[in-house]
Every structure is written in C-alpha cells, then in structure tokens.
Design a protein around this ligand. Structure first.
Ligand code: NAD
Length: 260
C-alpha cells in the first residue's frame, strides 16, 4: 500500500453517502481476542482446535464439547474492550453514512463500541447467547457458564436435556437465510464497501465483496495480509486496522485538526 491509495480511499469515503463495512476476526485482535487463521491465529497454532467449531464433531463427541466449554469459560472476549478500529465504524454511523456493519465476529464488540444494534448484522451469531440443539431454548451464556464453573463440564438443556452450544454458526451448520439476505442487500446498496480484518475465505460472507463490486460500489480491503478477494478491490490497504480504519474514515476537519 502507498499513501496515495489510502488518500484515494479516504476521498471515496468522504464523497460516499452509503457505506457498508464487513468485518472479520482481525478487527478484534487489538482488543485481545485472537483470530483463527492469521499468523498468530488459534487454528494456525493448534489445528486440532478447528474440530470444536465443526457441528458434527461437537454433537457427536462429549470430549469436544467439554473442551469447548472450557474455552468459552476462559475466553478473552469476556473482558475485551472495543479498539480504535471498532470506533472508526461508530464514526461512520455518526456521519450518517453507515448502511450496516456485517460482521463474521461473535464478540458483540461493534455494539459495545456504540454502533446501534439494528446496524449490526451478525452472520455467524453471538457467543453471548447459548441455544439448545434439540428444543431451541435460547438463554444467556452467563447462565450456562455459572453451571460450568460449578463443575458441570457439559451442561445439558435445563428444559429438555438436549445438547447446548453457543448461539453461533459452526462449520457444517446452515446460516440464517434472513440474516445473510440482509447482509447481501447491504453490500448491494452501498457506494463503498470496506472489508476489514478477514481472510475473506469463509462463504457466503466473503461473497459480499464481488456482490458489492458488481452492484457498482467501490471496494476497499483493509487487512494485515493479502486476501482471497483482493482482485475485486479498488484499493487494498495492508497494515494494522486500528491505525488504518481511523485514517480511512477521517473527515477533512479531522485531517486539518491533526496537522495543526
Ligand atoms: P480469519 O481468522 O480467517 O482472518 C483474520 C484476518 O485478519 C487475517 O488475515 C489476519 O492477518 C488479519 N488480522 C489480524 N489482526 C489484524 C490487525 N490487527 N490488523 C489488520 N489485520 C489483522 O478471520 P475471519 O476471516 O473473520 O474468519 C474466521 C471465523 O472465525 C469468522 O467466521 C468468525 O466467526 C470466527 N472468529 C470470530 C472471532 C471474534 O468474534 N472476535 C475471533 C476468531 C474467530
């Protein structure tokens, strides 16, 4: 990336009336939550961890579930706070430009940063809720973690005794059609799509990039490393999201204030 590319992208953002942002795990690493596939990712370091995110293994194997409950209990996400990258997206909403932030993340840091919940489209669900696989009972993850802490290492549904998992979309599990439709609509109705902190290798979320492009939007990809969708981008900004996203959404006034 060169400064010209960042300046061009900043100008597109300043001229845009409708901006959609797609985020991945990379936006939350500066908040202390590791990603999966980045150089320090959970799966990069320990490929066996991928099993716990696969529905078939989770449902079939009590050992996988017990390990998953321990991971949930000790997740850094519970204490994580939004960082400058999340706040830059709040700034877009404050500017009145944000169509939606479509996130693959399950940590709710966009809402905690200050984005309105109705602007956040969580295509992979949320880890702050749990759901019974048999009867669909949905309740706060806190209720389940209290039981794990008390020694129940694979807590069953309090209503029907079924298997409980976090209310997230595991590999092998269908996405919620209305949620993915809303995400694709947001991509197809913006002037600029920003894709930030994702390898853009998980579908259908990654499809937002070609969908936005073919609907006429400019596409800006911001990530630490190249992604599978860079060929669709009008600008690829390589580097730290907590630095690049605030620079990308800065208004003329911010830029003057900074140079004073
Ligand atoms: P990924 O792990 O596949 O990719 C993350 C990308 O972000 C990598 O290319 C990495 O190099 C980049 N990155 C990491 N930190 C960065 C930083 N500070 N600045 C710039 N780039 C940075 O993530 P993904 O494509 O979102 O897919 C992983 C799946 O795992 C998602 O579907 C999501 O559901 C789940 N996940 C969620 C969280 C979370 O909620 N915070 C965390 C891990 C995984």
């Amino acid at each position: 990336m060169d400064d010209v590319e960042l300046e061009d992208a900043n100008e597109w953002l300043r001229g845009a009336a409708r901006v959609t942002v797609l985020t991945g795990a990379g936006i939350s690493t500066d908040s202390g939550i590791p990603d999966f596939r980045g150089p320090n990712g959970v799966w990069t370091k320990n490929p066996a961890m991928e099993k716990a995110s696969t529905l078939q293994h989770y449902l079939a194997d009590a050992d996988v579930r017990r390990a998953a409950w321990q991971n949930r209990l000790h997740s850094p996400a519970w204490d994580a706070r939004p960082n400058a990258g999340h706040l830059a997206i709040v700034e877009l909403e404050r500017q009145g430009k944000l169509v939606a932030v479509v996130t693959q993340n399950i940590d709710e840091l966009h809402q905690r940063a200050g984005n309105s919940p109705d602007k956040v489209i969580e295509v992979h669900g949320t880890m702050r809720w749990a759901r019974c696989w048999e009867c669909g009972d949905r309740r706060s993850m806190d209720d389940l973690l209290v039981r794990v802490r008390a020694g129940d290492d694979d807590p069953a549904c309090a209503i029907c005794g079924g298997i409980v998992k976090s209310d997230t979309i595991s590999f092998g599990q269908s996405l919620v059609p209305e949620v993915i439709d809303a995400a694709l609509t947001a991509a197809e109705s913006c002037d600029v799509l920003i894709a930030a902190g994702s390898t853009l290798s998980v579908f259908p979320a990654a499809n937002l990039v070609p969908r936005a492009k073919s609907a006429g939007a400019r596409v800006v990809i911001v990530n630490a490393e190249p992604t599978g969708m860079d060929r669709y981008a009008d600008a690829v900004l390589l580097g730290e999201l907590s630095v690049l996203l605030p620079a990308l959404v800065a208004t003329g006034a911010d830029r003057v204030a900074r140079s004073d």
